[in-house]
Ligand binder design. Structure first.
Ligand code: ADP
Ligand code: MG
Length: 281
C-alpha cells in the first residue's frame, strides 16, 4: 500500500533512516511485550503446578487418616497373636515358629508405612512451632545417619553456618532432613561423600544436600513427591511426599537439580527466623 501511494506520501520515501529506526523500535516493543507475556505465562504455569501439587497432598492426607486408622488396629491384633504363638513354650512347633518371625517382620514394615502416612494426617496443633537451631539439628541428623552411610563407605560432609535458625517443629525438620540425606546416601556410589550445606541469606535460609550418585532425568524429577513413587526395590516412595508436605507447611520451597549418572543437588529454602510470618491453619 505504501509503495503504491509513495507519490502522495513523499516523506515516507525520503526518511529512510527514520523508517528504519521506526521499524527497529516497533520490533523492540513487540519483543518486550512478548518477553513480559512469556514470563507471566511461565509464572502462571508454575503457580498452577504448585496448586495441583498441594491439592494432591491434601487428598492424600485425608485418605491417609481414614485408611491408616482402619488398618492399624487389625495389624496390632494379628501381630500380638503371632508374638504369643512364636514364644518358645507356645503351642506351635519350632519349624513353623521361624516363619512367624518373618510374618512379624512384614507386619512391622506395613506398620512403618502406616506411621509415615499418619505423620501427614496428624493434626497440626500437636506440633508446636519452635525456633529450630539448624546447626544442632543437622549435626544430630548426621550423627544418626553416619552408621547408615558406613555400610557403603559413604561419609557426610557438614558445612553449616553458625546462627542459622528457622521457625518450625524440631521433629518435623529433623524428619525432612533425614529423608533427604538418606536418599542422597542411597543414590551415592560406594565411597562417595554427601555434602550438606546451610547458608544464611538476607531473608531466607538455604540448605543444600549434594550427592554424586545416580542422578535423575527430567521426567523422574517431575514424579517426585507422588505417593509410592520409588525406583528402589525396597523403597516406600513416601519419604519425599512427607518432605513436600513439611516444606509447604513452613512456607519453604524445594528444588532438584540433577543429571543422570552425575548426581543431584537438593536445595531447600526456608524463611529466616520470623515466627510471626508463619501461619498454620
Ligand atoms: P524411597 O526413598 O522410599 O524410594 P522417596 O520418596 O524418598 O522414596 O524417593 C522417591 C524416589 O526419588 C527414589 O526412589 C529415587 O528414585 C528418587 N530420588 C530421591 N532422591 C534422590 C537422589 N538424591 N538421587 C537420585 N534419586 C533420588
Ligand atoms: Mg527415601
Amino acid at each position: 500500500m505504501l509503495m503504491d501511494q509513495s507519490n502522495q506520501f513523499l516523506h515516507i520515501k525520503e526518511y529512510l533512516t527514520g523508517n528504519a529506526i521506526n521499524f527497529i523500535g516497533s520490533q523492540v516493543i513487540i519483543y518486550l511485550i512478548y518477553h513480559v507475556s512469556y514470563e507471566r505465562i511461565k509464572k502462571q504455569q508454575l503457580y498452577y503446578e504448585q496448586l495441583q501439587h498441594s491439592e494432591r497432598l491434601k487428598t492424600t492426607g485425608q485418605l491417609a487418616a481414614a485408611v491408616a486408622h482402619e488398618i492399624r488396629n487389625p495389624l496390632t491384633v494379628v501381630k500380638g497373636f503371632l508374638r504369643l504363638y512364636s514364644e518358645k513354650d507356645g503351642p506351635v512347633n519350632k519349624d513353623i515358629r521361624g516363619t512367624f518371625t518373618l510374618m512379624i517382620d512384614e507386619l512391622n514394615t506395613a506398620e512403618e508405612v502406616i506411621s509415615q502416612f499418619l505423620t501427614i494426617a496428624k493434626p497440626d496443633k500437636d506440633k508446636a512451632i519452635e525456633i529450630v537451631n539448624i546447626h544442632n539439628v543437622l549435626q544430630s541428623v548426621t550423627d544418626l545417619l553416619k552408621s547408615y552411610g558406613l555400610l557403603r563407605d559413604n561419609k557426610i560432609d557438614l558445612q553449616v553456618d553458625e546462627d542459622c535458625y528457622i521457625c518450625a517443629n524440631n521433629i518435623e525438620y529433623k524428619q525432612l532432613m533425614i529423608n533427604i540425606i538418606k536418599n542422597a546416601l542411597e543414590a551415592s556410589k560406594i565411597g562417595d561423600s554427601v555434602i550438606v550445606k546451610a547458608k544464611r541469606k538476607k531473608q531466607f535460609l538455604e540448605i543444600n544436600v549434594i550427592d554424586y550418585g545416580n542422578g535423575m532425568s527430567e521426567e523422574e524429577i517431575k514424579s517426585l513427591g507422588t505417593p509410592f513413587y520409588s525406583l528402589k526395590s525396597n523403597g516406600t516412595g513416601l519419604g519425599l511426599m512427607i518432605c513436600y508436605h513439611i516444606i509447604e507447611k513452613y512456607n519453604g520451597c524445594i528444588d532438584f537439580q540433577s543429571s543422570k549418572g552425575q548426581g543431584t543437588t537438593v536445595t531447600i529454602y526456608f524463611p529466616s527466623k520470623n515466627c510471626e510470618l508463619i501461619q498454620i491453619n
